[in-house]
Design a protein. Sequence first.
Length: 400
Amino acid sequence: MSYQPSQKILEKYADVIVNFALNDCKGIKKGDVVYINVPENAKPFYVALRKAVLKSGGNPIMKYTPDSTSREFYELASDEQIKFFPSKFLKGLIDQIDHYVVIEADTNPHELEGINPKKIMLGQSAYKPYMKWRDEKENAGKFTWCIALYGTEEMAKEANLSLKEYWEQIIKACFLNYPSPVKKWKQVNAELDRLKNTLNKMKIEKVHIEAKGTDLIVGLGKNRRWMAGRGRNIPSFEVFISPDCRMTQGHITFNEPLYRYGSLIKDVYLEFDKGKVVKATAKKGQKVLQEIIRTKNANKIGEFSLTDSRLSKITKFMATTLFDENHGGRYGNSHLALGRAYQDSYPGNPSKVKKSKWQSMGYNDSVIHTDIVSSLPKIVTAYLPNGKTKVIYKDGKFLI
C-alpha cells in the first residue's frame, strides 16, 4: 500500500499555510476570501485546507484540477487558443480574492517534453495582464499567496526516494513533526528577519559569488531591500533581493536539476555581459532553456538568493524548485531567477511607482520567473559603500 501522510500531519500543514504563511506570516483574518488550487491526487490536502480556512473564519473558493492534462492542451490547441486570455473571469477573480494557495502535486514531471517550447512561452506571455493585476494588488498590501507541496509517487521517483522518504523531507522542512509548527516557523522567521535587517544596514552595492565554475558579480543597485520570511512559499528559508538587472557580469554554474514547463533541464551554465545572458548551455533541456531566455527580458535576472544550511532541514534533492531552492544540506544554496523581479524589494511603497521608474531603477519585468539553483560550496563577498569588502556567506552559512 502506498504511503500517505496522516490526517494530523495534513491538518498541521494546512494550519501553517492558512494561519501563518498567508497575510505576510500573520494568518488570514475573519471574512478573508481564500482561493485554493489543488490537483486531484492531493484530495486529502484539499479537505484539510478547506477545513482550516472555514475554522479560521475565512471563505474558501476551491479549484480542483485534473492530473496530467497539460500535454493534451498543447497538442490540440491552435496558437489563437493558446493565446486566449479570459480577461473578465480573471479580473473578477483577482478583485474578489484576498489570498491564493497553490498546491504542487505533479504526477508527470516530464509531461511536456517534446512539446515545442515556443507554444509554452506563448501561453505564458498571454497571461501577462493577469500577473500585472496580481502584482498591483499585492503591492497595495491587499493580496498574498502561498505555494506548497503535496508529495506524489512520481515526484518521489524523480528524486530517487521512496514516497515515505519524500514525505519525511516535507515533514521535516515544514516542521510538521513539532507540536506547534506555527510556533517553530515564527522562531525561524525571527532569525530570517535578523539576517535581512543586517544585510540591509550594510547597504551592499554588489556581491561577488565564487565557486567551482562560477565567478559572478551581481550588482544590487539603489532603492532595494533584502527580503525573507514573507510566507509566499512553504517552506522558505531564502534571504533574497531583486538586483539591478543591468549589472550582472561573469559566469555561473548550477548543479541542481530544474523541472520547468514539464521538462527537465540539467547542468545549466550561464554567462552574463552587461546584465544580459550571452551564453546559455544545458546538458539536458537546452531547447527549453534557450526558449526561456528568448522570452522578453528573461535574459536578465530578477532575483538573487541565499539559504543558510543551519535553518533548512531539506537534505535531499526533491525534483521541484519549491524545495530545491530552499535546500540546506551541507552547503546551503544560492539561486538566481531569470526574468521578473519582485517589486516588493523596493523599500518604499511599490504601488506608487510608475512603470518608467521601475525601468530606470533596473527592476526586471518579464512574464518569466525561472529559479536555477546551485548547492555547491561558495564564497559570497559584499562590496560596501566605504570601498571595503566583507565575506557575508561561506560554505552554506551566513557570516553576519
